[in-house]
Design a protein around this ligand. Structure first.
Ligand code: GL7
Length: 807
């Protein structure tokens, strides 16, 4: 393990003995307990605190290096960070995994059990939030001076239970037992005025460790509090409820993460959360700037600020407000600073997901920022009118304000106008942004548009999630892949080596057995690890087409019942549905209904199993991704911006069945078309369907199998005889089918048949699996971040000096 670290910056040297002693000390001094009273959670906290002690030098040294060197800094503004548990990841990045295992062993504890004790910080919905977390880790690993800013939600993404009724939600009290990974910084708190209230944002810092380097960056999350704990006028008048009301209202602001992966329009609290964290972050940056003796007009030299989608796009107006009103710059200087500082990443093509805010709400909450937006718009449209004389339609599309009976601020337009770069997150996505969603802007400013394909961190998604594969790679190609994932190419020399392929299959089998054991323990379902594991885990959404996979399961069930001989499969689903998204919840209900019938049917034993794994999360991802044989990436082409689960699965050796959508296209290019099961219409063809008028019926009429499947579901076979339950879903599929399930299902079946054929030849499958891992070097978030740093931020690495060793 240690050999993969650069020897000069070996980040941490500690023996297992010292670690064990530190844990014992923390049991007494931090947990105030004797061993006989200690719970498993106490032991987890002791280990976490002992690890934290060991990263503090690096963390403090990093801040010191950045302060002394006055470095140019990348700032990531994101409303979501889907971090996942810290302990295992921090052990791996510090190079202390083995020492911790040994220390626990010496104390009679099991490291794996302690790792599972950590409640995961689920401060994000899905891919967008997880990308933000991977990016933080990559920035640290690449030794880039960087800060992440966001919101310290008291309740993260809701917890999902699955019953026979489908999804049930409950709150995620991840902070209930405290959080050993954060440090509160009350001295860094800022007022934010929203409407006629002022709230205070208090900084909570979490260290983000680079792998094998000293660099330990900061994720700074803002918690809301009231300026005064009590309203004394009310208190003295004996109205105690009113006396604390304002405090409660203020704290509501950072209470809970909105559980929609596409924005819910027009919610007051949501807009309040956005200005809250953006304003605190910008004020904090001005504090840092001042600390370095730099004037406000130098802001853009110090900071490159990346907006993660439009959630922080209010930064355009807020930075202008601070520069104009607080720092007294003139408009043109302030605008120059703003547009030189900010850049924007778009993460979605769904038109309904482009954020807008009603003017009335905006006026109530943020009157000064709205005034500034009007002025930005007036100046922008003046320029555009000269460029496009006599084209009012075009100007109306470009405007930051959507006209109509309910006028709205368009946050994506605000972001594009106020930023020096706008990027999409996969080649196809960036292309479609330029051609459709943001076409008018791309015509106006072609040079502002670019692509940065997403990536995932190989530390969490291989080294932590799949230690058996990591060991095999270390043996065969050396350990350097952790820092430079393109080293995976070296596997090419071994694809013809039977002994290697044997080991490869052994690693994959072990991962599948690990998952089998977990599902058996938690759900009581016993799976066969030698069957093909066919997996779709991600948010539940119609465009992601979990129902397409579900229909295919029903089809296999029918074919098996008709005596066809198909290789054994285990179909695993997982993912949350937004609580207000009825159709997504109905899809879960359908999968649960199918699972119930299939798993009970003796004729299916040893041939087909269906499981819905509840409460999909980062920790469950770490368990599931390494166990996937077949990765389902089956969104309607042109709808999935990138996907990142697709990368995690392929990286861990899964084969993809997928459409030409998002990053699937680039995955297929990298791993080779022969090692990818392609199906479905292209984005262009789907676009044509919509232009010409699409109807699913002709597709259904020429496909007797799909008719049988739909009839069986409609008959109540999977809903205890209830013929109405799935009606909304089936009616939608047979009348509108907005996501073209019926147009793609035939081709999907063919691709699945090809999957079955390949699976019958285990050594062929193993070679295809290796080819997938081998080809995935491109999909490291290190590569994505390097592109942002070089092409967009102009931020360079700054190695951290050891300055606090003597403490
Ligand atoms: C998303 C996209 O849907 C997803 O395809 C992409 O991989 C991710 C990160 O860029 O961003 N956009 C979005 O709003 N959510 C996503 O996951 C929730």
């Amino acid at each position: 393990m240690a050999e993969s670290f650069r020897s000069s910056t070996s980040p941490c040297q500690t023996s297992s003995r010292a670690l064990a002693e530190a844990m014992q000390r923390h049991l007494f001094f931090s947990q105030a307990k004797s061993p006989s009273l200690a719970t498993r959670h106490d032991h987890y906290r002791c280990l976490a605190l002992a690890v934290r002690d060991r990263l503090l030098h690096n963390w403090v040294d990093t801040a010191e290096t950045y302060t002394q060197a006055q470095v140019r800094t990348a700032v990531y503004l994101s409303a979501e960070y889907l971090l996942g548990p810290h302990l295992d990841n921090n052990l791996v990045n510090l190079g202390l995994r083995q020492e911790a295992e040994q220390a626990c062993h010496e104390l009679g504890l099991d490291l794996e059990e302690l790792i599972r004790e950590e409640p995961e910080p689920g401060l994000g919905n899905g891919g967008l939030g997880r990308l933000a977390a991977c990016f933080q880790e990559s920035m640290a690993t690449l030794e880039l001076p960087a800060i992440g800013y966001g919101i310290r939600y008291e309740f993260g993404i809701f917890r999902q239970q699955i019953t026979t009724q489908g999804q049930q939600e409950s709150t995620d009290s991840w902070l209930a037992q405290g959080n050993p990974w954060e440090v509160i910084r009350p001295e860094w708190s800022y007022p934010v005025t929203i409407g006629n209230h002022t709230v205070i944002g208090v900084a909570y810092d979490t260290p983000i460790l680079g792998y094998g380097v000293r660099t330990t960056n900061t994720l700074r999350l803002w918690a809301a509090s009231a300026p005064e704990a009590l309203d004394f006028a009310s208190f003295n008048a004996g109205d105690y409820t009113k006396a604390v009301l304002h405090k409660m209202q203020s704290e509501t602001l950072s209470k809970v993460l909105y559980p929609n992966d596409e924005p819910e329009q027009g919610k007051r609290l949501r807009l309040s959360q956005q200005i809250f964290f953006v304003s605190c972050s910008l004020q904090d940056m001005f504090r840092i700037l001042r600390g370095q003796g730099l004037p406000a007009r130098e802001f853009h030299r110090k900071f490159a600020v990346q907006l993660n989608d439009t959630h922080p796009a209010i930064a355009v107006a807020e930075l202008m407000r601070l520069l104009l009103d607080e720092h007294r710059l003139d408009w043109d200087t302030a605008w120059g600073v703003t547009t030189a500082s900010l850049s924007y990443t778009n993460h979605t093509l769904l038109p309904e997901a482009l954020e807008t805010w009603g003017i009335d709400l905006f006026q109530q909450l943020l009157p000064r920022q709205l005034e500034i937006i009007y002025e930005i718009n007036a100046r922008f449209l003046r320029m555009a009118r000269i460029r496009y004389p006599g084209q009012p339609d075009k100007l109306a599309r470009l405007s930051l304000i959507e006209e109509g009976p309910h006028r709205k601020v368009r946050m994506a337009n605000l972001a594009v106008v106020g930023c020096h770069h706008t990027n999409g997150v996969a080649e196809l996505h960036s292309e479609l942004l330029r051609r459709h969603v943001l076409a008018d802007f791309a015509e106006l400013w072609p040079d502002r548009f670019t692509n940065v394909t997403n990536g995932v961190t190989p530390r969490r998604w291989m080294a932590v999630a799949n230690p058996a594969l990591a060991n095999l790679l270390d043996d065969v190609i050396g350990s350097h892949w952790r820092r430079d994932l393109t080293h995976l190419q070296a596997l090419g020399k071994h694809t013809g080596d039977d002994a290697f392929l044997q080991r490869w299959r052994g690693v994959r089998d072990a991962s599948k057995q690990r998952l089998v054991q977990h599902i058996h323990q938690t759900q009581g379902i016993l799976l066969d690890h030698s069957s093909l594991f066919d997996v779709q885990v991600k948010r539940i959404h119609e465009y992601k087409r979990q129902h397409l996979a579900a229909l295919h399961v029903v089809e296999r069930y029918l074919r098996l019942r008709n005596g066809e001989d198909l290789p054994p499969r285990t179909v695993i689903f997982g993912g949350k549905a937004a609580p207000g998204y009825a159709m997504a919840k109905l899809i879960i209900r359908l999968i649960v209904g199918i699972a119930e019938i299939v798993n009970m049917d003796p004729a299916m034993a040893g041939r087909l199993r269906v499981v819905f794994v509840p409460n999909f999360s980062v920790s469950l991802g770490q368990l599931i991704y390494p166990a996937v044989d077949l990765s389902e990436q089956i969104s309607t082409a042109g709808k999935e911006a990138s996907g990142t689960g697709n990368m995690k699965m392929a990286l861990n050796g899964a084969l993809t069945i997928g459409t030409l959508d998002g990053a699937n296209i680039e995955i297929r290019d990298q791993v080779g078309a022969d090692n990818f099961f392609l199906f479905g219409h292209t984005a262009e063809q789907i676009h044509e369907f919509d232009r010409m008028g699409y109807h699913p019926m002709p597709w259904i009429e020429k496909d007797p199998i799909v008719r049988e499947v739909i009839e069986l579901i409609g008959s109540g076979h999977f809903s205890e005889g209830d013929r109405d339950l799935f009606h909304p879903l089936l009616a939608n599929l047979t009348s509108h089918d907005p996501f073209k399930v019926m147009a793609d299902i035939g081709d999907y079946r063919q691709a699945q048949n090809h999957v079955d054929a390949c699976w019958q030849d285990p050594s062929r499958w193993a070679r295809m699996s290796v080819a997938n891992t081998m080809g995935c070097g491109f999909f490291s978030s290190d590569r994505s971040i390097q592109e942002y740093a070089e092409r967009i931020w102009k931020v360079a690495p700054v190695p951290v000096e050891a300055t606090t060793r003597s403490l």
